[in-house]
Design a protein around this ligand. Structure first.
Ligand code: GLA
Length: 382
């Protein structure tokens, strides 16, 4: 966790509100494999990281609540009984959404003051939004003794995303951010919302994120569109979710769906299987097999599910042509953000320097490289 940021948030809160705050850290996440499977009741393989949101929060006697976003130098004030979404795309909706959903769940909170900041670059696909939602609900739960379980809290965060942000996301991001375990990735069944931790032995390899530093617009509407395609095909197949369908089931209705939508549903069924195969590869210590699955997953995200973009494809192709990279793929919702790469530790610098140079030449944008440390989930900090 970022000690400098922690100090900044604490000092800022004390200067503004003149009380001692409760401090919370809520991490972002990576996902090893299993993209877009979460809202199909399927499997995913995320982990919390050591970057995220740091939040300072305390009760207030005022008749309004005040929130300060340190990174943006922006302040939000609202009254608890007059909550309405802010303009689309604003960070304010993550806060207001959580407050509204806590109230909708029948719990009562009082006014509060809050300062937050983070060290996940926006649009990186590392779930800074889930980290923010979780930090707010976690903090309010303690301050107002709401007696919410972690399971209830992540559902509140997810609903905030549905109703205030307008993205019908799955549960992966909120789950990983809340339940992360140091040095472990979590094989999560998104139907039961239960996970199994895996302490992965990466041997001489490591996970590296390369951020394209682009976020193409329309990604939210494309996300919701994908979800509704999956839901309509599940309906045609008469199953609860695509998690329950096989490739053979899908073939039976092939004539009734467009080729594009057929490929999307096929991708989900195959990607779900890949998560289980990846967990086996990890159990067997077979990093080569894991790497191949990452490349395969990217191929499907690019050509079948169509959520990649030129910048992501470029980075994955570079990875493919380097023998020291066992696997790589786009990570998260898509249309920008990061690739996740499994690279030989010894050759990481040479690879990333080469890629960065080529990427700059091609797109005239700098990409950024992050080494990943798997970390604990949302928690109180000192
Ligand atoms: C976003 C969503 C998640 C998940 C991923 C894709 O991060 O918030 O719920 O669907 O995209 O795997």
């Amino acid at each position: 966790m970022n000690k400098e940021l922690l100090h900044k948030i604490k000092t800022n809160f004390s200067e503004k509100f003149d009380t001692k705050p409760l401090m919370i850290f809520s991490p972002g996440r990576i996902n090893i494999i299993g993209e877009h499977t979460d809202y199909n009741d399927g499997f995913v393989f995320p982990a919390a990281v050591d970057m995220g949101i740091i939040l300072a929060i305390q009760k207030s006697d005022s008749i309004i609540s005040t929130v300060y976003a340190l990174d943006k130098h922006e302040e939000l004030q609202f009254s608890l009984d007059e909550l309405e979404p802010s303009t689309e795309g604003s960070w304010e909706n993550y806060i207001k959404g959580v407050v509204a959903e806590i109230q909708n769940s029948g719990k009562t909170i009082g006014n509060f003051n809050l300062v937050f900041g983070g060290d996940i670059p926006g649009g990186a696909g590392m779930s800074s939004s889930a980290a923010l939602e979780n930090s707010v609900v976690f903090g309010l739960n303690i301050l107002f003794d709401l007696q919410l379980s972690k399971e209830e809290m992540i559902l509140i965060s997810q609903k905030a995303e549905y109703n205030y942000v307008g993205v019908k996301c799955g549960i992966m991001d909120q789950y990983a951010s809340m339940f992360g375990i140091k040095d472990n990735a979590l094989l999560l069944d998104c139907r039961t919302v239960k996970s199994k931790p895996y302490k992965i032995d990466f041997k001489n390899y490591q996970l590296i994120l390369i951020n394209t530093n682009v976020k193409h617009s329309l990604s939210d509407s494309a996300y919701n569109d994908r979800r509704s395609v999956c839901e309509s095909i599940s309906k045609m197949l008469d199953v609860q979710a695509l998690r329950d369908a096989t490739v053979n089931d899908l073939k039976e209705i092939q004539e009734q769906v467009t080729p594009e939508n057929y490929q999307k549903a096929l991708f989900i069924i195959q990607e779900n299987d890949k998560v289980i195969m990846a967990s086996r590869a990890i159990e067997e210590g077979n990093l080569n097999a894991l790497g191949e699955l990452l490349f395969d997953s990217h191929k499907g995200l690019q050509n079948q599910y169509k959520v990649s973009c030129d910048e992501l494809d470029f980075l994955v192709n570079k990875a493919k042509s380097n023998k020291h990279v066992l696997g790589a793929r786009m990570m998260g919702g898509g249309f920008g953000g990061c690739t996740i790469n499994l690279i030989s530790t010894e050759h990481t610098n040479a690879f990333t320097e080469d890629v960065a140079r080529n990427y700059k030449e091609k797109f005239n944008i700098d990409c950024t490289v992050h080494a990943i440390k798997l970390s604990d989930g949302t928690r109180i900090i000192e």
